[in-house]
Each structure stands twice: as structure tokens, then as C-alpha cells.
Design a binder for this molecule. Structure first.
Ligand SMILES: Nc1nc2c(ncn2[C@@H]2O[C@H](COP(=O)(O)OP(=O)(O)O)[C@@H](O)[C@H]2O)c(=O)[nH]1
Ligand SMILES: [Mg+2]
Length: 278
């Protein structure tokens, strides 16, 4: 059984198309996944997000609405992961930016031994139609440099598409603190510390208009959240590139190096580069 968590803040316009695509996917793949249910996490929306979500439910694809009053994508995904009880759990954005073929690719990786499969716009084979403004593109490049210090070897921490074993997702989500857009980084740091094998796969990603991420409003907060994550997870173990199996390079499980205390110093250069580069 697969539960798909969709964090949604005022998504009445973008959600219906995504749910239609998921419905087609679920109808075709019931035998593959053993059933697909969507958990839309209504993040204190003031529009009809919950209604359009429930209206999309069918017997082949039940839809549940989970209420999350704490604002922020991270808080919403955490609430959705904790509300799930399936063997496998995915999360993706309400705009359906990632082509659903990634779910099939993820299924294969999970059956080859991955614990976590994350979509990436930064690998050979990725197709990303990014139409961001220059400020966001520059900010994103800078963000990637800082994020890589926390999760070395992962090319794209921020693609909103990730699939993992349900029990692992719930165990790690319990400890997630970051409420905002940087929660993916905290999730990956904690998954690695838990010894998870993370496979990064190329995805086809389309920039869907109507992004809820506003660089001027959310940019600085995302960087500050990264620094807070570095500090909060400093005791979990040094970030080690070899822990992620990236792209199509290898499908065999990596040996997991013994955790080494993450030096407090990690937080300091991270914070310094934020101040210098943001
Ligand atoms: N901005 C924002 N997005 C949220 C919040 N809670 C959940 N989300 C969801 O997080 C996802 C972010 O994706 P999107 O807006 O497409 O951002 P982008 O793809 O990074 O440009 C969407 O599904 C939002 O509805 C929140 O409090 N603020
Ligand atoms: Mg988007």
C-alpha cells in the first residue's frame, strides 16, 4: 500500500489537476502498489483546498484530508507522514511538478534495496523546465552549496518528490522540527543518521505557475532554517557522501561508515556562508 502525502496551502486551483493525474496513475497501478491513498494536508488554507481534495476521491484512489494548523511546508509534510500507516509513503507538491513516472522508478529502486528514493533535477537524465526569476535561480544555487555541506552527495535536496518505507518515514518524522521549506534537508540528515540507503533518481520536472515560494518572503527564512538544522543535528554524525547512492551510478547498498560526531564547526561555516552569499 502506498500513501501519497500532498502538503497544500491554498491549492484549490493547482490541486485538482494533480489529483486527476494521480487518479489515472492509481487506477493503472493498483496491482503494482497494492493500493494508493492520497493524504492531502490542508495547511490552514482559507480557500476550498479541502473540498476539492475530497471531491477527487474514487474507490481506486481514496483521498483523506489531514488538518495541520501549524503553517509551513515542513510542518505539513510531517503531519502527513505521521498520519500515514502504509508500507510505503511518498510526498509531492500540490502542483504536480514532478512527472509521475518517477513513482514507477522509485518502486523499482525500493525493490532493489533502497530505503528512500528522492527525485532530483540535478542528475544526468533529469529534465527540468525551470522558469524562475534571476533572484530565485541565484538564491537556489547558493542554497544548494550550503545544503550540500549537510547532505554531501545529494545533488538536489529540494525536489518535492520523495518516497520511502512507511515505518522509517514515521520514525524520522517524529523528530523533524523544521517547519519551513528547508525541512527536506533535516529529513535527509536524519534518514542518513538512521542508516537509510538513499537513492537519488532523475525526474522530469515542470515549473508550474503559482508557486507558494516567494523568494523575498521565504528566502532568508530558508537559509536561517538550514543553519538551525546544522546546529540541531550536530550530534547525529558527520555528513558522509558515500551514504547516498546517487543517480544511476550504483544500485548496490553502500557500506555505512560509523557515525562520527558532527563538529559544531559545521554550523559556523554554514552560517557564515549564508551571511556572505545570501
Ligand atoms: N508556501 C507554503 N507552501 C506550503 C505551506 N504548507 C504547505 N505548502 C505546500 O508546499 C508545496 C510547495 O510547492 P510550491 O508552492 O510549488 O513551491 P516550489 O515548487 O518550491 O516553487 C505546495 O504543495 C504548497 O501548497 C505553507 O505554509 N506555505
Ligand atoms: Mg512547485
Amino acid at each position: 500500500m502506498l500513501h501519497i502525502v500532498i502538503p497544500a496551502y491554498n491549492e484549490e486551483l493547482r490541486l485538482p489537476r494533480t489529483l486527476r493525474a494521480l487518479r489515472r496513475f492509481a487506477t493503472d497501478r493498483t496491482s503494482m502498489w497494492g493500493g494508493v491513498e492520497v493524504l492531502v494536508v490542508d495547511n490552514d488554507s482559507s480557500d476550498r483546498t479541502a473540498e476539492v481534495a475530497l471531491a477527487a476521491a474514487t474507490p481506486a484512489m481514496p483521498v483523506r484530508v489531514v488538518r495541520c494548523l501549524r503553517r509551513g511546508k515542513g510542518a505539513a509534510v510531517r503531519a502527513g507522514l505521521l498520519a500515514s500507516d502504509a508500507d510505503l509513503v511518498a510526498f509531492m507538491d500540490a502542483d504536480g511538478a514532478t512527472d509521475l513516472a518517477a513513482l514507477d522508478a522509485a518502486w523499482h529502486r525500493l525493490h532493489l534495496g533502497a530505503d528512500v528514493v528522492i527525485g532530483s533535477r540535478g542528475l544526468d537524465g533529469s529534465v527540468a523546465d525551470v522558469r524562475s526569476c534571476r533572484t530565485r535561480t541565484a538564491g537556489a544555487a547558493c542554497y544548494r552549496r550550503v545544503a550540500r555541506r549537510l547532505v554531501p552527495g545529494v545533488a538536489d535536496t529540494q525536489c518535492g518528490f520523495k518516497v520511502m518505507h512507511g515505518a522509517l518515514a514515521r520514525a524520522v518524522a517524529t523528530n523533524l522540527v523544521a517547519p519551513g521549506f528547508s525541512f527536506d534537508v533535516e529529513l535527509l540528515v536524519r534518514l542518513r543518521a538512521a542508516g537509510a540507503r538513499i537513492d537519488e533518481i532523475p525526474v522530469t520536472w515542470t515549473d508550474v505557475p503559482g508557486s507558494t515560494f516567494v523568494p523575498a518572503r521565504h528566502g532568508a527564512g530558508a537559509f536561517a532554517e538550514l543553519a538551525a538544522i546544522a546546529w540541531r543535528t550536530r550530534h547525529l554524525g558527520a555528513p558522509v557522501a558515500g551514504r547516498a547512492t546517487v543517480g544511476a551510478r550504483s544500485q548496490s547498498p553502500m557500506p555505512l561508515p560509523a557515525p562520527v560526531a558532527l563538529p559544531v564547526a559545521l554550523a559556523v561555516p554554514a552560517a557564515a556562508s549564508l551571511l556572505g552569499e545570501a
